[in-house]
Design a protein around this ligand. Structure first.
Ligand SMILES: NC(=O)c1ccc[n+]([C@@H]2O[C@H](COP(=O)([O-])OP(=O)(O)OC[C@H]3O[C@@H](n4cnc5c(N)ncnc54)[C@H](OP(=O)(O)O)[C@@H]3O)[C@@H](O)[C@H]2O)c1
Length: 173
């Protein structure tokens, strides 16, 4: 199973503020939906709760919520108590590619584990104020970048952005 993460990040590493997104990028939302549809998505409890109730669990996907709270309930989603348990659950479902969809804590933990194979990164123009960050400097080595999409700011997207896929560079002996 390929382990992928998917994130939209500003030039200063900001990904969120007050447990919410900070931009409206409809075409990036569409990219997110098309890319993750049919797969398992792993989310931290805070990110899950930041999704408007009418949109969660995210449809056409197995939603796996990570929390330390053993009494936590998320109807229609799978609840687990560690990132490893989340990855095991996705493996057991037979998914060929699982998507870790945030937020900040879960991305950090996944990157620290060294288990991520692919990163889908939406590079958003600008440096907004925020309280949740994604580490961009980790992309500087060990990853091969393929640009998938470029979008100027317009009536559907309040900021310009580009979407890149980063695949872990194969190590040769
Ligand atoms: N721009 C983007 O692409 C993007 C994507 C996703 C999210 N976001 C933003 O990110 C922010 C949320 O991120 P966040 O860092 O605050 O929270 P988060 O990563 O979504 O969730 C953190 C929670 O996950 C649980 N957790 C974390 N590590 C765990 C572990 N090892 N074992 C068990 N449970 C664990 C804990 O839940 P309990 O407290 O219940 O134990 C913890 O409080 C929001 O602003 C959201 O909008 C942005």
């Amino acid at each position: 199973m390929r382990i992928s993460l998917i994130v939209a990040v500003a030039e200063n590493g900001v990904i969120g503020h007050h447990n919410d997104l900070i931009w409206k990028l409809r075409d990036d939302m569409r990219f997110f939906a098309t890319t993750t549809r049919g797969h398992c998505v792993i989310t931290g409890r805070k990110n899950y709760e930041s999704i408007p109730e009418r949109f969660r669990p995210l449809k056409d996907r197995v939603n796996i919520v990570v929390t330390r709270n053993t009494a936590y309930e998320a109807p229609g989603a799978v609840v687990v108590h560690s990132l490893e348990a989340a990855l095991d659950s996705a493996r057991q479902s037979g998914d060929a590619e699982v998507f870790v969809i945030g937020g900040g804590q879960i991305y950090r933990e996944l990157l620290a584990s060294g288990e991520v194979d692919r990163q889908y990164i939406t590079h958003v123009e600008g440096a907004p104020e925020g309280d949740t960050f994604f580490e961009l400097s980790q992309l500087k080595s060990g990853w091969t970048c393929t640009e998938l999409m470029q979008q100027l700011a317009d009536e559907r997207n309040e900021l310009g952005f580009s979407v890149c896929r980063y695949d872990r560079t194969e190590m040769t002996a």
